[in-house]
Design a protein around this ligand. Sequence first.
Ligand code: DON
Length: 245
Amino acid sequence: MAGRSGFRRRTRRPLLDRNYLRLRGASIDPSRATPSSELAPGIIASDESPDTLHLSIGDAAGGSVALTSTLNTAFGCGSVAYGTGVLLNNEMDDFALAANAPNAYGLTGDQANSVVGGKRPLSSMTPTIVERAETGVRPLLVLGSPGGATIITSVLQVLVNVIDHRLPLQEAVDAPRIHHQWLPDEICHENRALPDDIARALEARGHRLRESAGTTGDVNSVGTDAGGRWLGAADPRRHGTALAW
Ligand code: DON
């Protein structure tokens, strides 16, 4: 599929990815039995997020889907609904136990987010479709991300990179990211996200900077070019792949 419809195939782990494709191909042909020899153990588990993932889809007719799915933290609450194989989430962590009590992502809520019916969870999930001004054309962008509190800033930076800085979609996704979530009161940044002069200028204004231990977000996106052709951009930070059929 590489190169078709403007999609660029990105593969960080070629072996896993090839096996994943075999499994995917088998799983979408309901008209014939899948030979057991085509199924290898452990491959889906090794490539699948234990908590949250985002996928973005665009079809030939201009339909699009931005889907963020989550268990909240890794393996949710660690329980499987009996007889189903379905892991149960621990989304209650997105509610505030008490004012100023941070959740797993360091977010603090207040009474509006308390563990009571009718209250609002502190979800950051931001599946996003950006339409073009014209009607009847494919959207400009379809995107979203896992990453708890960093989801909103990750999605926003890809939007700004494409819409304001006019970067090609893949460059917009690849670009290093920064993150601030009110509390803790600091700018967390990926390696090389802030040039030295910008970092010094921010510190001179009283900002506290901290380099993140890992990467920020996983914005697997699709979008369209000026001719309306779909483009795919997998985020190199995790294991995503852009594919076209
Ligand atoms: O709704 C939320 O914001 C969280 N449940 C998302 C959790 C998440 O992204 C975990 N990920 N890597």
